[in-house]
Design a protein around this ligand. Structure first.
Ligand code: TYM
Length: 331
């Protein structure tokens, strides 16, 4: 039996980028991968690398859990849980820190980017965050980790730490493989297509949220920045806005970029944007409907409780093994 592990941080709301780069992949893999156990979680410990308002944080944790299910994760196939409810993650995070170098953490581009934005009061956990992410993955001996492009550097570091630990203490962890989608691993901002679409961006027109009002979604797509040309085709360098919209359409319709270009080769930008807006709404509408039935349900709580129980069984076993390998404690 193989294992798949992935998570999403509850900072801000879930974007179309998260959906295409991660959530949609989880669901597609759930429906195609055989003999694979899924561990999907809400990475709430990762959220407190920056300050969070407590009632907001609680709300977002629950909201992401409901979104996972509304997007089509099947609790019969997937162990869905909240990271902080399996406290072994934090413990193994510390063990990972003790097998990683400060220089490795400082080289992470996400850390460098965030550090530039915030000069003082940077929390230590913002630096050591990739060690916790390594723990999340190695805890379950994940073979496959579906992620967007911005997480590939963290996954590479996870592999380095796993190899280092195995060499030093004997085989303990599976060295995981990342899985990024061919199309849509980096959905860009609608207002500045040189940047990734991000839930922590200030301008709400730059992203589509899964829980945005449907009319608002249409307007955001229709006002996406493009270029002064008139032809619809893929050219990341000269037409980043149009290329981003082609990527969104192709991913949501499970088409190749080539086939999508062909579909719109005679369309105006206006017609093309309308089609993209329609397909985004077509995908998001049923997710929102399902979300509404789930968000305050007992079913959601039951699924999270069971998911954490199942995860904890594996986590406890793993921590015992790790302690033995290192020589911690008494047995
Ligand atoms: P987070 O919460 O920033 O993002 C969740 C997932 O969404 C992907 N993603 C995108 N994909 C395509 N285009 C975009 N614009 C875009 N924005 C985000 C991310 O790559 C990610 O896959 N550190 C992780 C959470 C985490 C995790 C883990 C993931 C914690 N532990 C263990 C996998 C395994 C994070 O901050 O993702």
């Amino acid at each position: 039996m193989k294992r798949l592990v992935s998570g999403i941080k509850p900072t801000g709301e879930i974007t179309l980028g998260n959906y295409i780069g991660a959530l949609k992949q989880f669901v597609d893999l759930q429906n195609t991968l055989k003999d694979t156990e899924f561990f999907i979680f809400i990475a709430d410990l990762h959220a407190i690398t920056v300050p969070q308002e407590k009632s907001e944080l609680r709300k977002k944790i629950k909201s992401i859990a409901a979104i996972y299910l509304a997007c089509g994760l099947n609790p019969e196939k997937v162990n869905l849980f909240i990271q902080s409810e399996v406290i072994e993650h934090a413990y193994l995070g510390y063990i990972m820190e003790s097998n990683a170098y400060v220089g490795e953490m400082e080289r992470m581009t996400q850390y460098k980017d965030k550090k530039v934005k915030q000069e003082t009061g940077i929390r230590t956990s913002l630096l050591t965050y990739p060690a916790l992410m390594a723990a999340d993955i190695l805890m379950y001996d994940a073979n496959i980790v579906p992620i967007g492009e911005d997480q590939t550097q963290h996954l590479e570091l996870t592999r380095t730490i796993a190899n280092r630990f195995n060499n030093l203490y004997g085989d303990t962890f599976i060295v995981p493989e990342g899985f990024t989608p061919k199309t849509g691993a980096r959905i860009k901002s609608l207002t500045d297509p040189s940047k990734k679409m991000s839930k922590t961006e200030d301008n709400p027109k730059s992203y589509v949220l899964l829980l945005d009002d449907l009319n608002q979604i249409k307007n955001k797509i229709k006002s996406a920045v493009t270029d002064s040309d008139t032809k619809v085709y893929y050219d990341l360098e000269n037409k980043p806005g149009i290329s981003n919209l082609l990527t969104i359409y192709a991913s949501l319709k499970d088409l190749s970029i080539k086939d999508t270009e062909n579909l719109f080769k005679d369309s105006s930008y206006k017609e093309f944007k309308e089609s993209v807006a329609d397909v985004v709404v077509e995908v998001i509408k049923p997710i929102q409907e399902k979300y509404k039935t789930l968000i305050n349900s007992k079913e959601l709580d039951d699924i999270l409780t069971l998911g954490a129980q199942n995860a904890r069984i594996i986590a406890e076993r793993k921590i015992k093994k790790v302690n033995q390998r290192i020589g911690l404690g008494r047995k």
